[in-house]
Design a protein around this ligand. Structure first.
Ligand SMILES: C[S@@+](CC[C@H](N)C(=O)[O-])C[C@H]1O[C@@H](n2cnc3c(N)ncnc32)[C@H](O)[C@@H]1O
Length: 275
């Protein structure tokens, strides 16, 4: 038996969703060569898994969303660390992702964090800490996580790059508001938080999603507008929001223009908040 056999049967539902982006980053480039991210860590991990990849790769819309968001994160992270080369990046709900392979700029630091079950799994199948990359257990539902992670707080510290991809939609709306408020309250000025949002039509509909449905996880937080993101705290500012519609050129733009009056937000978007 290898180190991650039976993975999908042992993790709680919301943790099982980590396989979806892992497979997309490892093999999704076969479906969307223009968005391939060359994730060597994910490719190596997938080789260890006793996993039927076909259901994941057949969910092409999700694969495309994840490859697109990976590109958006790479761009945002590189820009941030170019400006703040000694700063810290933290991945909240990291799953089995390895973004520091792309965002290591030589002097910045990185912290990967997730629920204890996932961090135990990471310890079994991903390389141990290095001097500039660490890991820690996290539960975003319990207030005080910023301090428990030992993240810098207050105006004397350098800005922090916070990533939270594919996570917040699985929390209750009031839990998300508390997460955003804690970031706003604690993060040094100039810090950024990159997160993804789903349209409100997705709320409670995870059973219809080809790859999330089988995990048993549910979409709980799907904001009706970007105001919901900044409302959590007066320090929060919307830096930018990008829609996945950009993958579809003019057809995406037209479809989205028809869609937005009803939904208030894009079908799927990457948002950067700042304080
Ligand atoms: C779809 S996966 C995304 C994983 C990773 N961000 C990626 O893109 O590969 C959702 C992740 O959110 C994590 N998660 C869910 N609820 C959480 C919580 N309350 N605190 C921390 N992490 C959580 C899960 O354990 C899981 O790893």
């Amino acid at each position: 038996m290898n180190s991650v056999d039976g993975l999908q049967d042992t993790l709680p539902p919301v943790c099982r969703t980590l396989l979806i982006p892992l497979v997309a980053r490892a093999r999704g480039g076969e479906c969307f060569p223009g968005l391939a991210c060359d994730d060597t860590a994910a490719t190596h991990l997938i080789d260890q898994l006793d996993l039927d990849l076909q259901p994941y790769l057949q969910d092409r819309a999700t694969v495309q969303n994840i490859l697109w968001r990976t590109r958006v994160i790479q761009e945002a992270g590189k820009d941030f660390f170019h400006e703040h080369p000694d700063s810290l990046g933290v991945n909240l709900g990291c799953g089995l992702s390895q973004h520091f392979q792309w965002l290591d700029q030589g002097s910045n630091r990185w912290l990967d964090s997730d629920l204890p079950e996932v961090m135990a799994l990471r310890a079994r199948c991903l390389a141990a800490d290095t001097p500039r990359q660490h890991h820690a257990e996290l539960d975003l539902r319990t207030p005080g996580w910023w301090q428990r992670l030992g993240l810098p707080s207050g105006p004397a510290h350098k800005p922090v790059f916070v990533l939270c991809e594919g996570v917040l939609m699985y929390l209750e709306p009031q839990q998300v508001q508390a997460v955003l408020a804690e970031f706003a309250e604690q993060a040094p000025p100039g810090s950024q938080m990159v997160l993804d949002t789903m349209s409100q039509v997705g709320r409670g509909m995870a059973r219809l999603h080809p790859t999330v449905g089988p995990t048993g996880a549910q979409f709980l937080w799907c904001p009706a507008s970007n105001d919901e993101l900044t409302r959590a705290h007066p320090r929060l500012r919307l830096r930018h929001s990008r829609s996945v519609a950009e993958c579809y050129g003019w057809l995406g733009a037209v479809t989205e223009a028809c869609w937005m009056p009803w939904t208030g937000t894009p079908m799927y978007a990457m948002v950067t908040l700042t304080v």
